[in-house]
Design a protein around this ligand. Structure first.
Ligand code: PBG
Length: 340
């Protein structure tokens, strides 16, 4: 305590406790910081999630996600082309059908909105974008659950798997490169893999939603897909109280043939992302979801945070936590900025 306050010339640096090791030297200029940066986000790491809505003649803004719209076929093509042009390498398609029913029939209609979106994006962007499609029933069911219900109104796991298999085949037929099973049904990856393989579609890859939590942050997505869900998804999505359980889901997905694995939501689950990334040799994705997007946009609109800095920081955090790919509604904007 004595030497800490002493500042005279006769006090040695060591006695005074002045540091000989100074990490700040490597933070001294923008060039220096870039030189020693451990992580970078590349445009090619980003995947743009988009909503294709049936039966509209102009894009419909999603009010809880400023800047995000439900697309018409034309605006979808434009968004896909712009993403590809900016260097984004993936697009994740969600379909919003005009008619929903108990079993999500529109999801298995070869001419359904999602299948048409896959074809439209393919014809617009060729092979420049990896086309991923959401493999789940909630956008297509009138009750809004990710599966079909049994007579007591509970989500029927195995009956749902049969529907996923049918969906997988029509999505593959439409030309999807990667299917994203996101319903958190037990055995979904293996069941869909077997159905694809049996149909000769060994070429279609799967990005498994491995650790998908029952999150309040999905709120704005419900508006984006016109969801009519009442209640919650806690009987199939993971409990936010659990971390280790993600590794159990991971083991299963890998054993069932997942080509890539994903953690979702993103920012509140960076610990889970790190644990998953440390445990695998397959590519790992993080999904920065609708509520994360909405929070940043809302705070920025109020002038409470610097919008672009905040966005770029969140993307970097996913890389630092071990993500190879990041699904983000800011993909095109961020890619343009990164490409500069
Ligand atoms: C299910 C699905 C959801 C999201 C992606 N796939 C909704 C949910 O699980 O409730 C949410 C994505 C987001 O919030 O941005 N098909």
């Amino acid at each position: 305590a004595e030497t800490r306050d002493a500042k005279g010339p006769d006090v040695s640096v060591e006695d005074a406790g002045f540091p000989q090791v100074r990490p700040r030297r490597l933070r001294s200029s923008a060039a220096m910081r870039e030189l020693v940066a451990e992580y970078r986000v590349r445009p090619a790491d980003l995947v743009l999630p988009v909503f294709a809505r049936e039966g509209i003649d102009r894009p419909v803004p999603v009010s809880s996600m400023p800047g995000v719209v439900q697309h018409t076929p034309d605006s979808l093509r434009r968004a896909a082309a712009e993403a590809a042009e900016a260097g984004v390498r993936g697009i994740m398609l969600f379909g919003v059908p005009e008619h929903k029913d108990a079993v999500g029939s529109a999801g298995t209609d070869p001419d359904g909105v999602l299948q048409r979106a896959i074809r439209d994006v393919r014809s617009e962007t060729g092979d420049t974008l990896v086309i991923m499609s959401d493999l789940c029933l909630d956008e297509f069911t009138d009750h809004g659950h990710c599966g079909v219900l049994d007579e007591r109104g509970a989500v029927d796991n195995d009956a749902t798997l049969a529907r996923y298999a049918e969906m997988a085949l029509v999505q593959a037929e439409a030309g999807a490169d990667v299917l994203g099973p996101s319903g958190m049904m037990d055995g979904q990856v293996g069941h869909v893999r077997r159905a694809l393989d049996a149909a000769g579609r060994t070429d279609v890859a799967m990005l498994a939603y491995t650790a998908k939590y029952a999150s309040a942050f999905y709120g704005p997505f419900r508006e984006a897909v016109n969801s009519s869900l009442t209640g919650d998804r806690k009987s199939y999505q993971q409990d936010p109280a659990n971390g280790r359980e993600a590794l159990r889901e991971l083991e299963l997905d890998l054993a069932e043939g997942a080509d890539m694995v994903m953690v979702k939501p993103g920012m509140p689950y960076l610990d889970v992302l790190r644990r998953v990334a440390d445990a695998v040799t397959v590519p790992v994705a993080a999904y920065q979801i609708s509520g994360e997007y909405a929070m940043v946009e809302a705070a920025a609109e109020k002038g409470w945070i610097e919008r672009e800095r905040a966005i770029d920081e969140t993307l970097l955090c996913f890389k630092r936590a071990g993500a190879d790919l990041v699904l983000t509604y800011w993909a095109t904007e961020a890619a343009r900025r990164l490409g500069r």
